[in-house]
Design a protein around this ligand. Structure first.
Ligand code: ADP
Ligand code: MG
Length: 234
């Protein structure tokens, strides 16, 4: 089943056009990568989906229904979780409190709670009484993802989760995202980190200047050094 179907969206910040007809599709249970250099429109694609920067034309269909233009809280309630690139944890609240206030049931059979979050991110249990502001960058990223999970989304939009993290932390995070996928969660992963995306994704879209230049499987990208050179290396 197609969960998310973004078709030919055009998105602008005021009069500055940023997306020029982007189309992205996510099947139920898929991890879909958005790759491209800084400034190509990965974050804007996510913001167009979750309503923070709605497209001025084109459609965003969620489970077959058009949702473009709906307010962000509405879209979140429909099961679209968003983890922004700036890791928004509440610095004055403890890890546990950060999780507790994000809790929202969506009436699913197997919902997230602290115990499940801690099983996935053991470090968060170790530091559950610590304030968010005193966590490491990697722990804050894990807490931001965990906060989204507490809202029981059907899909998670992850914006640059590996950015600024040490290689060992990135490896750990990759395993954690892989286990979310194995548990059936659908994921959209925007990244500049090529291997992170290629290792996790079923399909990948390569963006440049607000357009999709390539859509295919990770092995097709790995086998195409010209494509990598043209769109993906700095
Ligand atoms: N709030 C904003 N106001 C104006 N322009 C923006 C804003 N956010 C992003 N842009 C511009 O939109 C383009 C795409 O940005 P973005 O979607 O953040 O790219 P990416 O996530 O791929 O780095 C860039 O040219 C960027 O400068
Ligand atoms: Mg971005």
């Amino acid at each position: 089943m197609t969960l998310l179907d973004v078709a030919n969206i055009h998105t602008a910040y005021d009069i500055s056009e940023v997306l020029f007809g982007v189309s992205v599709r996510v099947e139920d249970g898929e991890c879909v990568g958005l790759l491209g250099r800084n400034g190509v429109g990965k974050s804007t694609t996510m913001r167009s989906i979750n309503g923070l920067t709605p497209p001025h034309s084109g459609t965003v269909k969620w489970k077959g229904k058009e949702v473009q233009g709906r307010p962000t809280y509405d879209i979140a309630r429909l099961g679209i979780g968003f983890v922004p690139e700036d890791r928004r944890v509440f610095p004055e609240l403890t890890v546990w409190e950060n999780l507790d206030i994000a809790r929202r049931s969506r009436g699913k059979a197997d919902e997230w709670d602290e115990a499940k979050v801690y099983a996935l991110f053991p470090e968060l249990e170790t530091f559950k009484e610590r304030k968010g502001g005193y966590l490491s960058g990697g722990q804050q990223q894990m807490l931001t993802i965990a906060r989204s999970l507490m809202g029981n989304p059907d899909i998670l939009l992850l914006d640059e989760p590996s950015e600024g993290l040490a290689p060992l932390v990135v490896d750990k995070l990759k395993d954690q995202i892989a286990s979310l996928k194995a548990a059936g969660l659908s994921i959209v992963l925007a990244e500049q980190n090529l291997n992170f995306v290629l290792d996790l994704s079923d399909r990948v879209y390569v963006l440049e200047k607000g357009e999709v230049k390539f859509e295919g499987r990770p092995d097709e990208i790995r086998a195409d050094p010209d494509l990598i050179k043209r769109y993906l290396t700095v």
